[in-house]
Design a protein around this ligand. Sequence first.
Ligand code: FMN
Length: 197
Amino acid sequence: MAGTILGILGSPLPEGNTAKLLEAALKGAADAGCTTETVILANLDFQPCMEMMFCKEHDTCIMDDDMQQLYAKVRSADSVIIATPVMTMGIPGKLKSFMDRCQVFFMAKYVRKTPLIEPAQKKNRKGLFICISGMKIPDVFVGAKLTARAFFDIIDCPYTDELLISDMDTIMDITTRKDLLSSAYEKGRAMGKRFNP
Ligand SMILES: Cc1cc2nc3c(=O)[nH]c(=O)nc-3n(C[C@H](O)[C@H](O)[C@H](O)COP(=O)(O)O)c2cc1C
């Protein structure tokens, strides 16, 4: 199989609506011939960034926790999907901490000017952002999208596609909306087909 797609779940619920959308997107990528992997951040043990600045001079973080296994996965993935609910008009704290800990990539790319992603690999990397919100109100995705876009830039995986679903407080159960699950599947499949034309 060509291409590894890394799916990162920001929801604390491994069986929730966000998780089902991520699963559908990764199924699409797998059906297109990619290898897929899911990371459930809620199951991992890591701290927020403590600004120890070790990564200013090194390709990793000095904090020895589960982020150490994630750096390698983020580095080697051919494309990345982030799936998350909106929380307090932004993203859940654990997902934000994961992104902040990817300062390792920021320092390499912008400060030392030696990005951790090789130019040939960077050329093909794409970021898909899946985000759902309880309410249907103006600007509900603005904060989450700004953060996701910055994160995808930092890891050299440009924000290329999105699936934003509001009004989950009304929809309640995403399995009642095959159209939305199918949108997630198709976006994952399109991502996967880039590696298996
Ligand atoms: C702590 C918390 C904060 C939330 N903040 C918002 C919010 O600011 N705006 C909104 O529209 N929905 C908000 N929600 C609703 C979630 O986005 C919504 O319930 C979503 O469907 C949860 O997805 P999940 O079950 O896959 O985790 C919040 C939910 C929680 C638990």
